[in-house]
Design a protein around this ligand. Structure first.
Ligand code: PMT
Length: 221
């Protein structure tokens, strides 16, 4: 592991879930634990980078030397991601962002009524990584693709549609990898390369990903 491969570079990483409130006591969210994003932050520090970690609510300690910005909703995460983008060299979107949020947040706790079926109205959230990739200050932009079927073809579609430089595909239908587990297995995809990284701990995987990202970033310059 090369401790100098990201020397002088600034990396911004989103991690964890977002929470989209329905009322003062309830929210919509997902099973992301933040482990993958935090492992990437630690590996990037070990490779000599300056790291800003834009984190949804998780139960993890902030790795040493990492600047952590804590956010709750997708809209908060977008604002934190656009701040300071001019000095960012590499942006990694590892967060599991809620695609939709409730159209309105009730001021008071929603009471149980007599109806058996309750409808929720949701509105689309902004796409954070696509907004970063479309900005005038576009850094080398990397997304994750969490898929339960046709993993590679959906990942390639996201790479093109969101105008990313790289996408890291993980199959989140398999137990023991992906959301909340300590291990993961991924395929790193760019327009010209495809690299499989077999199942290992998220910490080991993060080291391997950071090495590959450093190489491909330098080739892109
Ligand atoms: O946190 P862990 O428990 O360790 O689990 C890790 C993980 C499974 C969450 C992680 O490896 C992962 O796959 N993260 C991306 C999850 C996801 O939401 O994927 P997606 O395919 O829905 O989104 C594609 C990409 O767009 C992602 O980079 C995502 O961060 C980004 N996105 C999505 C929606 C949105 N509104 N804004 C975004 O930036």
């Amino acid at each position: 592991f090369n401790t100098r491969s990201l020397e002088g570079l600034e990396i911004h990483i989103t991690a964890g879930p977002t929470r989209e409130p329905l009322d003062p006591v309830r929210y919509i969210s997902n099973h992301s634990s933040g482990k993958m994003g935090y492992a990437l932050a630690e590996a990037a520090i070990d490779a000599g980078a300056r790291v800003k970690l834009i984190s949804g609510p998780v139960n993890l300690a902030t790795p040493a030397h990492v600047e952590r910005v804590s956010v709750t909703t997708a809209q908060d995460m977008l604002h934190a991601s656009l701040e300071g983008l001019a000095s960012c060299d590499i942006f990694i979107a590892c967060a599991a962002v809620a695609d939709y949020r409730p159209t309105s947040i009730a001021e008071h706790k929603i009471k149980k009524g007599n109806e058996e079926i309750m409808e929720l109205h949701l509105v689309k959230n902004p796409d954070i990584v696509a907004t970063v990739a479309a900005s005038a200050d576009k850094p080398f932009t990397i997304g994750f693709a969490a898929e339960t079927r046709d993993v590679l073809s959906y990942a390639k579609d996201k790479l093109a549609r969101k105008k990313l430089d790289m996408i890291i595909a993980n199959d989140v239908s398999q137990t023991g990898i992906g959301f909340n587990s300590d291990e993961n297995a991924v395929t790193l995809v760019t327009t010209t390369t495809q690299i499989d990284i077999p199942q290992t701990s998220k910490r080991q995987l993060a080291k391997q990903l950071i090495e590959q990202i450093a190489l491909l970033y330098k080739q892109s310059k």
